[in-house]
Write a protein of this length. Structure first.
Length: 172
């Protein structure tokens, strides 16, 4: 029997029954208990807010929850990898000063890289992730698919993130 996810008691029962399996699915991908718990909480919050996202004709709720938990854990892992690659690229660029560059130019370039990283840290997480995924070469529609976010939301996050970054960098 498929639970009515709009009914609080049935939703609570579904959470108690399915959260451990979802947590394990996320944990296998992330290897981090706290991150896996975050994935499960986000998944069930979305399911509470948008119960129509689950279509019982496509399979049992247990399979849907496990699949979504795994997919979101992969998305989270990829976003973390994109951030790490961006930091690595920035560090490599800061360390690889051209031979013709003066010492002052090298210092200024490294300081600009540090400013960019500080600004990225100050931007809200969804906007930062959208910017980093864009910077790693993904198109907006690919980011929407990978993160499970609407295309318009992705475009808005990139636009707002760029605006905040630009404003913060100009102020610095």
């Amino acid at each position: 029997m498929t639970p009515d996810l709009r009914d609080r008691a049935q939703f609570d029962r579904a959470y108690r029954d399915l959260a451990p399996g979802a947590r394990n699915a996320a944990l296998r991908v992330l290897g981090d208990h706290a991150a896996a718990e975050d994935v499960v909480q986000d998944l069930f919050m979305d399911l509470w807010e948008r119960p129509q996202a689950y279509d019982p004709r496509r399979g049992p709720l247990r399979a849907y929850v496990a699949m979504v938990a795994r997919a979101r854990a992969i998305d989270r892992w990829r976003a973390g990898r994109a951030l790490a690659r961006a930091v690595d690229r920035s560090t490599m660029e800061a360390d690889a000063a051209p031979a013709a560059e003066s010492a002052a130019e090298g210092v200024l370039r490294r300081e600009r890289s540090r400013q960019v990283l500080r600004v990225l840290d100050e931007i809200p997480r969804p906007q930062r992730e959208a910017l980093l995924l864009t910077g790693s070469g993904l198109a907006h529609h690919e980011i929407a698919r990978v993160t499970g976010t609407a295309l318009g939301t992705v475009k808005g996050r990139v636009r707002l993130g760029m605006k905040k970054a630009r404003t913060a960098l100009l102020a610095a």
